[in-house]
Write a protein that binds this ligand. Structure first.
Ligand SMILES: [Zn+2]
Length: 383
């Protein structure tokens, strides 16, 4: 995310602070100073910092739950409206998504419980209604804010955790696509209600409404693209005109191909038309450096390139490309002859063309994995 600075790393996950968060802290300091001097400004800032430690712990709840299913989280960003944990992917099984989504709010409930125990009883209701009032116990206010965080995040609407809980529960019966559409629709309705409340009351709600609306729309369109990809076959997306290398080619010959064409990944195809592997531009550069121009392509190419039969759903190739970082997937005709290549670039172009067309009406078959851009756990907080 742009405009953010790394402030630390927790077990391989980089914690980033968005610069607008520092502006927000400054604003809190100044507005409190105007009301009650240095003392009030300091206590306001301390409260917000502690609040954000709770938001961070909430995000780490998602991060560690996801790790249980082998999903890493490269970074967590803290924004004035909450935290965003960028997961590599969303778990495929509804049961796993449920656990990952619930882990965040669960952390806040545990913090609230711990604070209640420290305080030796339930904090007074004023600490819940006057969270910015420095005269009220700091720990009491923090306990209530954690309850609010948990409840707010469990609103069953995207992009809140509750939206994911709702989708996971619907996905058991309806499949991922329809479940997402319903959860996103609920999200937009909630955004509308929040926006209306914001117009007549707290303007902060308008801001949150906008955020919820955008999150729900993004989720719906990501799933839309996925559904479109299901109505297409690998042949629709394949590049069919491309240069190939023979198993006896040297790296030098490959470099000549590279310079002569606009292609940068070359399938190595034998006399029977079968693909033996793919030589990428990076492979060529590495081979030139380590082995010299005479190295046979057969020894330096990538061998882990899967093939899909022509006519299969495009989704199958997308899933393969997503699972490994593959430069391409081979498309083969009956008998195993290579007839096309699907690459991340040409799928991207195809999706842009498709997005301009109306939505297909057919009901989608069940549960594909989410694309990487979909994997967001978002956690706005309300005041
Ligand atoms: Zn969350």
């Amino acid at each position: 995310m742009e405009w953010s600075v790394p402030i630390g790393t927790v077990r391989g996950t980089v914690i980033r602070l968005h610069l607008t968060f520092l502006l927000f802290l400054g604003w809190i300091g100044v507005s409190h100073y105007a009301q009650g001097g240095v003392q009030a400004a300091l206590s306001g800032i301390v409260f917000i910092v502690l609040l954000f430690v709770c938001v961070l712990l909430h995000e780490l709840g998602h991060v560690f739950a996801a790790r249980r299913y082998g999903i890493q989280t490269p970074d967590v960003t803290l924004l004035p409206i909450g935290g965003v944990a960028q997961l590599e992917r969303i778990p495929e099984k509804p049961s796993e998504e449920l656990v990952v989504a619930l882990a965040g709010p669960a952390v806040n409930l545990v913090i609230a419980l711990a604070l209640t125990l420290i305080l030796g009883g339930l904090p007074s209701p004023e600490s819940g209604t006057q969270v910015q009032n420095p005269a009220v116990s700091l720990l009491g206010r923090l306990a209530w804010v954690n309850v609010t965080l948990a409840v707010f995040n469990l609103i069953p609407a995207f992009p809140m955790d509750g939206g994911r809980v709702l989708r996971a529960m619907l996905a058991y019966r309806l499949g991922y696509g329809r479940a997402t559409k319903i959860a996103a629709g609920v999200g937009q309705a909630v955004a509308f209600a929040l926006g209306l409340a914001g117009l007549f009351g707290n303007p902060m709600l308008l801001f949150i409404a906008l955020f919820v609306y955008m999150g729900a729309s993004a989720e719906a369109s990501a799933v839309d693209v996925r559904e479109r990809s299901r109505t297409l076959t690998v042949s629709d997306a394949a590049v069919t005109r491309f240069e190939v290398l023979s198993p006896t080619s040297s790296v030098e010959e490959a470099v000549e191909h590279l310079l002569r064409t606009s292609q940068h990944d070359f399938p190595v195809v034998d006399g029977g038309g079968r693909m033996r592997g793919v030589l990428t531009r990076d492979d060529m550069i590495r081979a030139l450096r380590e082995r010299g121009p005479d190295a046979p392509v057969l020894e330096v190419m990538r061998r882990d390139i899967p093939v899909v039969d022509e006519g299969r759903p495009l989704e199958e190739a997308l899933r393969l490309m997503q699972a490994g970082t593959l430069p391409a997937v081979g498309i083969v005709a009956r008998g195993g002859r290579l007839v096309g290549l699907v690459t991340p670039e040409n799928v991207g172009e195809l999706m842009m063309v498709q997005a301009a067309r109306p939505t297909p009406r057919s009901a989608p078959p069940p549960a594909p994995p989410a694309p990487p851009g979909d994997s967001r756990f978002v956690n706005p907080w309300a005041r």
